[in-house]
Design a protein around this ligand. Structure first.
Ligand SMILES: Cc1ncc(COP(=O)(O)O)c(C=O)c1O
Length: 382
């Protein structure tokens, strides 16, 4: 049976270039990057080379890149870091209802220790209006946190415009950009963000490495982890050299390949969507169909339970997702589709297909030979 992975927003396969380098990565750079002898220096050099490659890919300065352990950690550090170090200025934060749990639960925690949070609503496409952000600003507002692209629907939010609002009012702006890396050409110098979170495993690097962009001059940030002062004292703990070096290698490849990757992902996604619309009645496309990631489609099949569909497709070797990548399995309704005001039936029937740079036409053909009959089978069985 063919195995087809169409869940690249949950995580991505390792870039084959890393597989080639894996033995070297695991054996040659074992030194502690803080040691001053040859072994430490070699590891340090590799980390700094990775920082440079990542900075080039994001069009940022090396000094603006901080390595962490995950996208979740980056978002925690950005949000709690600013909140705790600026609490004398104010205790109000603005965000949206459609953020990933790594932002929403961090904000919930901050509410429990005295901060106030405004969660902006979205429209039926999952979009927010920068004017709503401006209207929500109070004199106590110290931070705005809005995601770049939604992981469930692929909807891209108006980050540059929100950043302009934040700048006009002198408020720090963090964006969870985890879903952007590997799917979009990113130019941080143009986005008006002060802090941005990224994750290695969403862009063909291994799990266990993330990064936080901190624009020059932004801060101070209260660290989450105290210890040996690694990463400018903002993320103590001996560095994950292997993960960081791997992320640097991937960044140096993506910088050359991203335009072609975008075209390929758009083509494959469009092939899936037109194939399904042709084969089935009652298909609903969720999210913004214009401003969106090139790889993601979220669609509902009327009268079908998405969990059953995901399991049935899995039995044919096809991996897609129902609900959010990181919280599927929790059995709860998608907070993103709920915030968009979709009906319970549409939400119940929603699946997310997310292609990646390594998917092929053969894989999409196979998926299209299975998904319509699987949907019909579940509809009949009702
Ligand atoms: C938008 C978004 N932010 C943050 C994360 C968390 O990233 P990580 O798994 O590296 O903690 C995810 C993971 O699905 C995500 O999709």
């Amino acid at each position: 049976m063919m195995r087809v992975y169409l869940d690249n927003n949950a995580t991505t396969p390792l870039h084959p270039e890393l597989k080639k380098n894996i033995t070297e990565l695991f054996t040659d750079f074992f030194g502690n990057p803080s040691s001053i002898h040859w072994a430490g220096r070699e590891a340090r050099e590799k980390i700094e080379e990775a920082r440079l490659n990542v900075a080039k890919f994001l069009n940022a300065k090396e000094s603006e890149i901080l390595f962490t352990g995950s996208g979740t950690e980056s978002a925690n550090l950005a949000i709690k870091g600013i909140a705790f170090s600026h609490k004398e200025k104010g205790n109000h934060i603005i965000s949206t209802k459609v953020e990933h749990p790594c932002v929403l639960n961090t904000l919930k925690y901050l509410e429990s220790v005295g901060f106030n949070v405004t969660y902006l609503p979205v429209d039926e496409k999952g979009q927010i209006d920068p004017e709503d952000v401006e209207r929500a600003i109070k004199k106590e507002t110290i931070l705005i946190s809005v995601m770049y692209a939604n992981n469930e629907t692929g909807t891209i939010l108006p980050i540059r415009e929100i950043g302009e609002v934040a700048r006009k009012h002198g408020i720090y702006f963090h964006s969870d950009m985890v879903q952007a890396m590997g799917k979009c050409r990113i130019d941080l110098s143009q986005l008006n963000v002060d802090l941005a979170s990224f994750s290695g495993h969403k862009s063909y690097a291994p799990k266990g490495v993330g990064l936080l962009y901190i624009r020059e001059g932004v801060g101070p940030l209260e660290p989450l982890i105290h210890g040996g002062h690694q990463e400018r004292g903002l993320r103590s703990g001996t560095e994950n050299t292997i993960g960081i070096v791997a992320l640097g290698i991937v960044a140096s490849i993506l910088v050359k390949e991203i335009e072609d990757d975008i075209k390929k992902m758009e083509r494959l996604r469009s092939k899936i969507v037109s194939g399904l619309l042709e084969a089935l009645d009652g298909v609903i496309l969720n999210g913004d169909q214009k401003n969106r990631l090139p790889n993601t489609v979220n669609l509902s099949f009327e009268g079908v339970d998405s969990q059953s569909l995901v399991l049935l497709l899995d039995s044919y070797g096809i991996a897609v997702s129902s609900g959010a990548a990181c919280s599927s399995g929790s059995g709860s309704f998608s907070h993103v589709l709920t915030a968009m005001g979709l009906s319970p039936d549409v939400i119940r029937g929603a699946i997310r297909i997310s292609v990646g740079k390594f998917n092929t036409d053969e894989e999409i053909d196979y998926a299209l030979s299975i998904i319509p009959s699987a949907v019909k089978k579940l509809k009949k069985g009702k």
